[in-house]
Design a binder for this molecule. Structure first.
Ligand code: HAM
Length: 421
């Protein structure tokens, strides 16, 4: 016998009924975006590698260690997207969307791939809901974006989450701040690896979780204390708008994101019931991304929420996010003639918008009733040989157990009226 094949390491299958919860979470995260005028975009799951090396940044772990990069049969270097923003901005440029009305508001949802060390909440294949607002640099837009992220979590009923917010400055103030930080880090007692990391991206050291490193960072210079006047005014205005929108946040001056493109407003959503992989979403403004990808020099802001992690958060809070699973009515039949009646009835019900199913294969009455129970249906229609000879089928309420005979010719209308299709 050949070996049983399994899903690759760091990936998993989502099966019914869990898949219903996945869809409910995904749809709840998307709904606020559609209500706010964001338009759906689909881009390929793989892009030319340069989209990510230039977009996400050569110094990030994502680009140096985590990408699934391969040459196709034509010798092109392609990469499975490790995130969705760079591809969306590539499409924004390619289709010259900046020549239309601004801001250009886009959303998408789909797979992302990172070769990370798998653990609870961290996978090699995961799903993001991603949104971007491009072409306008207005603090009110930053606040809209952040508030829409919060809305998705609230609509799911989540409460144990927190919005971490900071400003990462811009091209006028970040280089000076970076120098200050490099000088500060040079004086510390750091191992060689951390020193190397500090040379590539000193800001990343601020995010080091090890207590011996954190202990030395108490007096580290912070970007928020060294913002230019215009960047400070931008950040103040974002916070004012967030207050107006009823959004609360925690200042996170040491927040460092894993992608290089961020400027100004930067944020993360964390959930407190998830352990070490607590980030359920994150995003920020990116002044240079469009230009880095060969497009116009316009700003953008957006976020991505991890659907898989948000689902874990929903489970951690014990929330029931699925209104109705499975079908509304399940049709059980016995005998060849009853089968024809059943198949026809299910077809008509489905056409009328009622979620209906029936048994296939020879299961016997007991097996068929079990299938009806498992289906999640509130009602079953049982069509047996003897009943059929009398011209009736039984409509059974699976919750109360009550049952009544309905003439075969009236089954469709009666079922439809009962379950409300
Ligand atoms: P990110 O913070 O890298 O940002 O990812 C966003 C979210 O995706 C994370 O908060 C997390 O919930 C989920 N996620 C990331 N990696 C994994 C993983 N290995 N397994 C499971 N879930 C994961 C971005 O991707 C940016 N493109 C967000 C953005 C949009 N910034 C501006 N616009």
């Amino acid at each position: 016998m050949t070996d049983v094949l399994r899903a690759p390491k760091g990936t998993f299958d989502t099966l019914p009924p869990d898949s219903e919860r996945f869809l409910a979470v995904r749809d709840a995260l998307v709904a606020p975006l559609r209500r706010a005028g964001y338009g759906y975009v689909e881009t390929p799951v793989f892009e030319e590698t340069a989209v990510f090396s230039r977009g996400v940044g050569e110094s990030t772990d994502v680009v140096t260690k985590e990408m699934y990069t391969f040459d196709d049969r034509g010798g092109r270097s392609l990469t499975l997207r490790p995130e969705l923003t760079a591809g969306l901005v590539r499409a924004f440029i390619e289709h010259r969307l900046h020549t239309g009305a601004l801001p250009v508001k886009l959303w998408t949802v789909g797979s992302a791939f990172r070769y990370e060390r798998p653990q609870a909440g961290r996978y090699r294949h995961f799903t993001q809901v991603d949104m971007e607002a491009l072409g306008v640099d207005d603090p009110a837009l930053d606040a809209e974006v952040v508030a829409l992220g919060v809305q998705g979590f609230r609509d799911l009923g989540l409460t144990d989450f927190e919005l971490l917010l900071t400003s990462l400055g811009d091209a006028t103030c970040r280089p000076q701040y970076r120098e200050l930080l490099v000088e500060y880090l040079a004086e510390l007692d750091l191992d060689d690896d951390t020193r190397r990391r500090a040379e590539i991206n000193p800001l990343r050291v601020l995010d080091d979780k090890r207590p011996e490193v954190q202990a030395q960072l108490d007096d580290a210079p912070l970007m928020v204390d060294h913002l230019s006047d215009s960047t400070r005014a931008h950040y103040d205005a974002v916070r004012q708008h967030l207050t107006d929108l009823g959004v609360t946040w925690s200042e996170a001056p040491k927040l460092v994101r894993g992608l290089d493109y961020y400027t100004k407003t930067t944020f993360e959503f964390v959930h407190h019931g998830l352990g070490s992989q607590s980030a359920i979403g994150g995003g920020g403004r990116y002044d240079g991304l469009s230009a880095a990808l060969g497009g116009p020099d316009v700003s953008g802001i957006g976020y991505a929420v991890g659907v898989d992690r948000t689902l874990l958060a929903v489970q951690a809070e014990g929330l029931d996010v699925v209104a109705r699973t499975g079908v509304q009515v399940f049709v059980v039949h016995l005998g060849a003639e009853a089968k024809r009646v059943a198949v026809r009835l299910v077809g008509r019900l489905r056409q009328a918008g009622v979620a209906a199913d029936t048994v296939y294969g020879d299961r016997g009455l007991k097996g068929a009733m079990k299938a009806a129970d498992r289906s999640g249906a509130s009602h079953a229609v049982v069509i047996g040989e003897r009943d059929l000879a009398d011209g009736v089928g039984q409509l059974k309420d699976l919750r109360s157990g009550e049952q009544r005979a309905v003439p075969v010719g009236e089954l469709f209308e009666t079922v439809r009226a009962t379950v409300g299709g």
